[in-house]
Design a protein around this ligand. Structure first.
Ligand SMILES: [Zn+2]
Length: 112
């Protein structure tokens, strides 16, 4: 987690299959982020570093910019070109509401 230990009551959702990084267009990620934020969730942008190819998670919550810097290697990736993903942290949710939420997200993003 970007902020060290994650509290017990926080569930982390990844809008991509585990171990299978998928990038969405910048405007979709930005729109989804605003929606999640309005629902009270915390978002972190994920992207694939253009230099070292590592999957990076932003260490700043609820912030998206076209140029995302990978602190470890110093490379800045233009995610308006490369696309990005989103990590959503939901607080105080039941497993049922999370399941419903995921189902909606899968429906929205489709599957491939
Ligand atoms: Zn890098």
């Amino acid at each position: 987690m970007p902020n060290g230990e994650s509290p017990k009551n926080v569930l982390v959702l990844q809008a991509e299959p585990l171990g299978k990084a998928r990038n969405y267009p910048f405007h979709e990620v930005a729109t989804a982020m605003i929606k999640h934020m309005l629902e009270g969730h915390t978002c972190f942008v994920k992207w694939t570093c253009g230099k070292c190819k590592e999957r990076v998670i932003s260490n700043e919550s609820n912030r998206i910019s076209s140029n995302m810097k990978h602190e470890e290697c110093g490379h800045t990736t233009d995610i308006e070109v490369a696309g990005a993903g989103l990590l959503v942290m939901m607080q105080n949710q039941t497993m049922e509401s999370v399941a419903n939420y995921l189902a909606k997200m899968v429906k929205h993003h489709g599957s491939d």
